[in-house]
Design a protein around this ligand. Sequence first.
Ligand code: SF4
Length: 140
Amino acid sequence: MENAKQWHHVFCHICPAHCARKVAVENGEIVAVVPDKESPYPSTPCLYNKSQIMKEVRSHPDRLQYPLKRVGTRGGGKWERISWDEALDTIAEKINGYKEQFGADSVAFLLGEPKELEFAFAQRFASVFGTANCVTPGNY
Ligand code: SF4
């Protein structure tokens, strides 16, 4: 029964409303997305029930699932997989270099749609780093 359909309580992250949803997972894939009427959080479906695209977002072949590093010339479209340690070391080296050379405000943190508490962590990180430039997609 390992592959039997199981329902999970989640939030839709397609837009900042973060509506409560239930997803059915079978064989590791999302097979259904419905409003979560049991949740104390808003579950009103949006006009076109856009949360349905959660299935496509999760399984899209172009979904970024691990760090990639460009190889060859910029715009050449060639990438190689690297470890998280290498990715974090590369980023740390670059932003610390910019901070040293141009000041902390030369670095801006640009945040996408949050899935959990990453805005709080990123804003704290930007504050500790010393930059006032922390940009979010909404009114967070
Ligand atoms: S269900 Fe619709 S309104 Fe709610 S978060 Fe998803 S896209 Fe936004």
